[in-house]
Design a protein around this ligand. Sequence first.
Ligand code: NDP
Length: 324
Amino acid sequence: MSRTVIIEKPGGPEQLKLVNRDVGDPGPGEIRIRHKAVGLNFIDVYQRSGLYPLDLPHPLGMEAAGIVEAVGADVTHLKEGDRAAYAAMPPGAYSEARVMPAAQVCPLPDGVSFEEGAAVMLQGMTVEYLFHRTWPLEKGQRVLFHAAAGGVGLIACQWARSEGIELIGTAGTDEKCRLALNHGAAHCINYRSEDFVPAVQALTGGKGVDVVMDGVGKDTFDGSLDCLKPLGMMISFGNASGPVEPVSLLTLAAKGSLKVTRTTLFTFLADHERCQAMARHLFEKVQSGDVKVNIGQRWPLEEIAEAHRALEARETTGSTVITL
Ligand code: NDP
């Protein structure tokens, strides 16, 4: 049996229910993993609220680290007893143990703790594809990165510094701005006390940035287009403030032949080899010290509703770990 958090209908944090479930044995292409730590991510909120619909009832949670307990037929990259971590579909990581497809589960290097693995896989592989697989960023280029003191944000600040990218962050309090600056942001704008569009224009001498990486969505999308250079790249990758409204292609022409993409990590992870390579690249960054995993807060599994409430209320910084 495994204590597991499920939802039976979409809604607020009160819909998160802790139940006991049978775990079972892995079939072909699957493993059974016993979790040591679980990661909390904003996608969990979208799945809980129904913005990203699931077939219900369904367990939640997209990220964890632990020990492989059993391996099904055809799984060759993992064996019983291995330390492992993942960011993967289907949801079900809010649990003590589970059976799941093995393809997106990755070996966890000895020097990386279970808590670090659970905190960094989803947000870290997101930064990996944003910086290396979405648009060819070059040293010296400028990126505007929203919510720079969040989970993805603090990893992005450090990653940018290590690659010679000038990252202009935004964050919701002066304290969060200081945190982003301490993690490698070149500048940080408190976008709740200051309009970030003129601030970015002033910081760039009116030129604008090469790329925007926007996980905030509705509240920042339009302003972000006004921060881009002509021919600039808008990468929209989240909806923390709500989903982005439809945008006219003519707007992109009028604002300087801009490019826009809406990415999701799971497209990049769908290929097994690419997923494993992304995880190896991330762990190289962690083990070299370029990226330090910043666990801002922890909640036990039984307090998962409180963890969701705090994440949605903008009370968290860095990554959040759910303890078992
Ligand atoms: P964060 O830790 O960054 O938390 C979200 C942050 O967004 C908040 O702390 C807050 O920071 C900011 N925010 C701005 N407006 C709101 C609002 N109205 N409600 C709540 N938060 C708001 O979360 P994650 O690091 O887990 O994820 C960041 C974003 O990236 C999310 O949108 C997530 O879905 C997305 N994402 C997308 C992926 C993809 O591949 N598409 C993969 C991973 C994450 P502040 O107070 O500083 O404004």
